[in-house]
Write a protein that binds this ligand. Structure first.
Ligand code: AMP
Length: 277
């Protein structure tokens, strides 16, 4: 497994990768969710490239950039046994050279949900992923359904900018109790960790209602809110039942829909989602 940081080293190493290349972009502090993306990439490509970069431009001024968990040695020791060929760990100076002023914005899809709560987040995501695609030239790129809006934004961006690659979406990897794996779960104290399963319970409750035939989106949102209200440590930020493709809030669920939510436990903000239909 080769580990490079500079652009020149990346280019040299990339040129030496023969056959199809699968890219797994991450911000590090890897968990089994990330590793499931790597395994899928390994199964579908001759070579696998993992990037590890905590991208400053997708964090708001009051967000957790400086305390975002980092442990490169641990990450590398998790990637080695999976047969990863190349790991790229660029610095912020490489990704955003002095005088930087070029941005990629996916307009409508970035407006609601996470985009509404985290202004500028998807401008940062779209920009960094476009740069990762340019630099690594993958055949396929792997992303988690855990970040549903990110997937929608990146798919749109890849199509709109004519990137010659396939965006592959992988299922959300969960802890035994249903909590979606996330690097941010380490912020939770014992009580918050126990409470955090309420995200999964709220989504499951709304999914059950949908399976029982409920098509009124407001009732599905209400079911999620009621479940969250039963957990005193959970402070819901938003609860959504949106069209899967446009991400616009629905009145009635007719086709594929996205149930999603963002909830605070103390200072820690967690997101999760289920796809209906
Ligand atoms: P991050 O390091 O949080 O930026 O995540 C890197 C990639 O891993 C993104 O495509 C995420 O959607 C994906 N990912 C994060 N958590 C999970 C999970 N629990 N299951 C599957 N994929 C995940």
């Amino acid at each position: 497994m080769e580990i490079v940081s500079s652009l020149l080293d990346l280019r040299t190493a990339r040129l030496s990768l023969d056959g199809t290349v699968g890219l797994v972009p991450t911000m590090g502090y890897l968990h089994e969710g990330h590793l499931s993306l790597v395994e899928r990439a390994k199964a579908e490509n001759r070579r696998v490239l993992v990037s590890i970069f905590v991208n400053p431009s997708q964090f708001g001024p009051s967000e957790d950039l400086s305390k975002y968990p980092r442990d490169l040695e641990r990450d590398l020791s998790l990637l080695r046994p999976l047969g990863v060929d190349l790991v790229w760990t660029p610095t912020a100076e490489i990704m955003y050279p002095p005088g930087y002023q070029t941005w990629v914005e996916v307009e409508a899809l970035s407006k609601g949900l996470e985009g509404a709560m985290r202004p500028g987040h998807f401008r940062g995501v779209g920009t960094v992923v476009a740069k990762l695609f340019n630099a690594t030239q993958p055949d396929k790129a792997y992303f988690g359904q855990k970040d549903a809006q990110q997937v929608a934004v990146i798919r749109r961006m890849a199509t709109d900018l004519n990137f010659p690659l396939e965006v592959i979406v992988c299922p959300t990897h969960r802890e035994a109790d249903g909590l979606a794996m996330s690097s941010r779960n380490v912020y939770l104290n014992v009580d918050e960790r126990r409470a955090a399963v309420v995200l999964f319970r709220a989504l499951s409750a709304a999914k059950e209602l949908h399976e029982a035939g409920e098509r009124d989106a407001e009732r599905l949102r209400a079911r999620m809110k009621e479940t969250l209200a039963g957990e005193p440590l959970a402070q819901a930020q938003y609860v959504s039942c949106a069209d899967y493709d446009s991400l616009e809030e629905l009145d009635t669920v007719t086709g594929k829909a996205l149930l999603s939510l963002a909830v605070y436990f103390g200072k820690t903000r967690l997101i999760d989602n289920f796809v209906l239909g």
